[in-house]
Design a protein around this ligand. Structure first.
Ligand code: GLA
Length: 366
């Protein structure tokens, strides 16, 4: 296999640029995809942008297409950052994904409320949703390949989350959102996306929702399994059952937001207000992971990536949520300022051992 050299113009000292491109090795299995931040899309973070160009053939915007970012006021849209994101993808021949049209976070204050702060009527919310979706999807018609239409609608037990959309429109808001998105760009793929997809209640609810959308004749192409994981969740078998259940609906399965925190989970909410600096219990690896933790993290990531490869017939895209440990949102959630190690590349843009090992193995098979 010959195409394994660093990209032309590569920044020589960035280690990730000397690795064989992930997209060359795994691109025939699924889209090799990454969430891109604003600095990377605008080439302000030159090393990061170079690594994205070298390794990935598909991108998702970390934040710039979310509702409050592009539609801060009812009659005002802001496109600069979203345009830069789409341009970055086009200039580099990547598959460009849109994320996300309907979500109760990053929802601007005005969206579901009137001047007095009360919920708007069902008709008014429909008209606002329609305007937002038509304008956003319409702007990038033919350029963005597919959209996360609805994000995080269902609780672990399978019930609809109590969001403004649900409280005002009931279950109908999901089919409506899919209808509006399809009207705006009939060729765009449309996805539904959520976290904790290993939960049986949520899994069953999504299978029902997908089947219902199809029964109504609405376009739905994919189901996104976010994949924000930890060292002891989700269970591999539960996750695999969900891949199989979603694949059985006929939809493409997408691993849309993959990362794995190496840090202790904060189950006790009292810790959320603690100062991270002096708390070794909640921020234990400031100078690097302990060897056993590093090993466990790599072995779990290996197990999941190998599972994705096993299900490559069903899985259309695997998106890692952030390029490097330095820029991952996990450092700042659920408390700010921790030092986490959740993604493919470390703080010096070196590929993690599990991925290097899998790359070397699959490279030799080509
Ligand atoms: C959710 C969203 C993403 C992102 C992550 C956290 O999973 O879908 O857009 O905001 O949370 O960064």
């Amino acid at each position: 296999m010959a195409v394994l050299l660093a990209a032309p113009g590569a920044i020589a000292q960035v280690p990730a640029l000397s690795d064989a491109p992930l997209k060359t090795i795994f691109g025939d299995k699924f889209q090799v995809s990454v969430a891109v931040n604003d600095d990377q899309a605008k080439n302000i973070d030159k090393d990061g942008a170079a690594v994205i160009r070298h390794h990935f053939n598909s991108i998702v915007p970390e934040n710039v297409l979310k509702c409050s970012m592009i539609h801060p006021e009812k009659d005002r849209y802001f496109w600069d950052d979203a345009d830069a994101y789409v341009k970055f993808g086009e200039e580099n021949g990547m598959t460009i994904i849109g994320h996300c049209l309907v979500w109760h976070y990053f929802l601007p204050e005005w969206f579901a409320r009137d001047d007095k702060g009360n919920y708007v009527s069902a008709d008014e919310l429909k008209s606002r949703m329609r305007d937002h979706i038509h304008t956003t999807v319409g702007r990038y018609k033919g350029r963005i390949k597919g959209w996360d239409v609805v994000n995080e609608a269902i609780s672990a037990d399978g019930r609809y989350c109590n969001t403004p959309y649900y409280e005002i429109l009931g279950e109908e808001y999901i089919p409506l959102a899919f209808q509006y998105a399809h009207e705006a760009d009939p060729n765009a793929e449309l996805y539904i996306n959520d976290f904790g997809m290993n939960e049986p209640g949520r899994r069953d609810a999504y299978v029902r929702i997908i089947n219902d959308l199809k029964r109504r004749g609405l376009r739905v192409d994919g189901i996104g399994m976010q994949g924000h994981m930890g060292m002891d969740y989700p269970d591999l078998d539960d996750y695999e059952r969900s891949i199989e259940a979603f694949a059985a609906t006929g939809c493409k399965v997408m691993i849309t937001e993959w990362d794995m925190t190496a840090l202790p989970s904060l189950t006790n909410t009292a810790t959320i207000d603690m100062k991270v600096d002096d708390n070794i219990a909640i921020n234990p690896y400031v100078n690097g992971l302990d060897e056993d933790v590093d090993k466990h993290w790599n072995s779990r990531m290996d197990a999941f990536f190998s599972m994705f490869l096993r299900h490559a017939d069903a899985i259309d895209r695997v998106t890692v949520w952030g390029l490097s440990d330095a820029t991952s949102w996990r450092n700042d959630w659920p408390v700010t300022g921790r030092t986490d190690y959740p993604v493919y590349f470390d703080r010096n843009l070196r590929m993690k051992p599990f991925l290097k090992k899998l790359s070397d193995y699959h490279k030799t098979k080509k």
